[in-house]
Design a protein around this ligand. Structure first.
Ligand code: ACO
Ligand code: ZN
Length: 571
């Protein structure tokens, strides 16, 4: 451990010390959360301290000056081991989301903190071990206690007491009762072209009976126990998976990878402030700004290099003309680089275009440089990832927005060519300037449209980040509610649907369907049946949320033919 004296006092502040540190919260008020010192450096004779706020997400880690430290409450690290963390691993393991997020969502951090596991993010450089999963929404209570005898018994509707109270008239109530039925209504489910339906759907083939009437809505459901609780969509499987693309590897956890190393990235017209470490070459980490070509994602150390990289053929000749001294490169050899960039869009095939939104499919084997550069950029905003050298087993789906200058990257997701775990997304990212504008949900929606064409159900690779879980929860909720509320009464009888059918229509893996129904707290158990109640709040909230989703994926604009990678040898 490097011991460095605090210039302002005789007390030594060393790595591992904990003390309150001043920061601004989301409301721009001062607060003094406990933080751990991860590193100390001196710049122009002034000490700077790299702090991790305990119980805050790692992306808020930052360099602070001494005047922000509350020295009166300084705690020194224990001699033997580094300060233990919630998950029992040594060192300060940032493991919580931003407090603001937690507060607004009322997340239960204690029960939600999951053990650290990795996710796949292919990269050319080195393996970076995952950091602990940021806290997530606690899983809803399991339904494993469902009595076996009730699974196959007919459903009946019992509007929840709370629901009954909201009935405006006696007629409303009668209407509910008259729609109660045990009849089947599978014909309500539109057949999906190209979908391979399984002959036997297993226990999730039980009927959900849906009762529709003007607000408030109510429905009943038979809910079988999840078959594989390990696959919980809450992102907290009971044991680390060592198969598929998920690998747990903590061997490279060190002070270097725990600290963000790139100050700023210029990408097209945006300046991005990285949240986490990314294994860009060491010599680039001291730059105030790292320049990326927004089309091929090549990284360059100066604006001059970027301009040369982007130079078109005519101007390249100009550069190479010995009579033109400006052509002499003084910063790097990029002027002689044969791989000048003529790209104005990502490489690969454009498989979707509607309005200004396009998706490009990039093969990690065929476009290695691009894929590796994309992973390096993505790592700046993705934590708890295991990085691989090898991008070959992945496809990358890059979403762009078009203007007269070209197709600008907005976000992407990667996907294993073959997944034994039904993963349809490995890593997903919306670049920060585009976040919280619905693009994340658009990426998620696109991933499920691909799964629909493949005739499969899919799930994102676990663990999910805090923001990943929020986005998926929201997407799953809206997608499932959209289906339930669109079901029409069948000859005056309540329409029915099964978990499997919801799963097949949406391509959302059935465990995620079940966990979403639980998360939405729609399920009640009464006299051997599971009752699903869509309260007025849920219906209103859903309608409001759907009005905000103005940009949707249009399946008609998707030109995608899935490949059977298992028949292709090594991809
Ligand atoms: N605070 C609170 N809620 C948020 C936040 C936030 N910072 N960010 C997104 N959300 C919520 C939104 O409110 C929205 O829900 P709502 O419509 O019900 O209100 C939902 O999440 C999705 O919002 P979008 O605008 O569609 O998503 P966005 O474009 O911001 O992208 C994403 C979401 C991809 C997770 C983005 O935050 C991101 O790139 N984060 C960094 C990388 C990451 O964590 N990726 C997921 C890792 S898990 C995996 O890879 C499988
Ligand atoms: Zn380029």
């Amino acid at each position: 451990m490097t011991k460095m004296a605090d210039s302002g006092s005789s007390v030594e502040i060393v790595e591992g010390c904990r003390l309150p540190v001043l920061r601004k919260n989301q409301e721009h008020e001062d607060e003094w959360p406990l933080a751990e010192i991860l590193s100390v450096k001196e710049v122009s004779g002034r000490k700077l301290y790299y702090v991790h706020y305990i119980d805050f997400n790692k992306r808020l880690d930052e360099w602070v000056t001494a005047d922000r430290l509350d020295m009166k409450k300084l705690q020194f690290p224990k001699k033997e081991a580094k300060t233990p963390t919630k998950n029992g691993l040594p060192g300060s393991r940032p493991s919580s989301p931003e407090r603001e997020l937690r507060k607004s969502l009322d997340l239960n951090l204690q029960s939600a903190t999951a053990p650290s596991r990795g996710k796949t993010l292919p990269t050319p450089k080195r393996k970076v071990e995952p950091v602990p999963l940021v806290p997530q929404v606690p899983p809803a209570p399991p339904v494993a206690s469902l009595p076996a005898s009730t699974e196959a018994s007919p459903a009946a509707v019992y509007p929840a007491a709370r629901e009954t109270n909201t009935f405006k008239t006696r007629e409303d109530h009668d209407q509910i009762s008259s729609l109660t039925t045990n009849g089947t209504a599978r014909r309500l489910i539109p057949s999906q072209p190209g979908r391979k339906r399984k002959a036997n759907c297993g226990p999730t083939d039980e009927m959900i009976k849906v009762l529709q009437y003007n607000k408030p809505q109510s429905a009943s459901v038979f809910l079988p126990p999840p078959e594989d609780s390990q696959d919980s969509s809450d992102g907290i499987p009971s044991a680390p998976r060592m198969t598929g693309s998920l690998v747990s590897d903590r061997s490279h956890d060190d002070i270097v990878t725990r600290m963000k190393n790139i100050e700023c990235i210029e990408l097209g017209r945006h300046r991005l402030k990285p949240w986490y470490f990314s294994p860009y070459p060491q010599e680039l980490t001291s730059l105030p700004i790292l320049y990326l070509c927004e089309f091929c994602l090549k990284y360059l150390k100066s604006l001059k290099c970027l301009q040369r990289h982007l130079v078109n053929k005519a101007s390249l000749q100009n550069w190479l003309n010995p009579a033109n001294p400006a052509g002499q490169s003084d910063c790097c050899s990029c002027v002689f680089d044969q791989t000048k960039c003529n790209l104005r869009h990502p490489p690969g095939n454009e498989i979707y275009r509607k309005g200004t939104i396009s998706f490009f499919e990039i093969d990690g084997r065929k476009n290695k440089n691009y894929s590796q550069n994309l992973c390096l950029l993505a790592k700046c905003f993705l934590d708890h990832k295991t990085l691989y050298y090898d991008t070959d087993p992945f496809l990358f789906y890059v979403m762009t927005e078009y203007d007269s200058k070209g197709f600008h990257i907005v976000g992407y997701f990667s996907k294993e060519k073959e997944s034994t775990e039904d993963y349809n997304v490995a890593c997903i990212l919306t670049l920060p300037p585009y976040q919280r504008r619905g693009y994340g949900k658009l990426l998620i929606e696109f991933s499920y449209e691909l799964s629909k064409v493949e005739g499969k159900t899919g799930t994102p690779e676990k663990p999910l980040s805090d923001l990943g879980l929020l986005s998926y929860r929201s997407y799953w909720s809206q997608t499932i509610l959209e289906i339930l509320m669109d079901l029409k009464p069948d000859n005056g009888e309540r329409p029915q649907i099964t978990i499997n059918e919801i799963s097949e229509i949406t391509s959302v893996k059935k465990e995620d369907v079940i966990s979403t129904l639980q998360y939405l707290n729609l399920i009640n158990y009464y006299k051997g049946q599971y009752i699903l109640t869509l309260s007025e709040d849920i219906v209103d909230g859903h309608e409001r949320a759907m009005q905000k989703r103005h940009t949707r994926i249009d399946p008609k604009c998707l030109h995608f033919t899935p490949k059977d990678w298992s028949k292709r040898g090594k991809w």
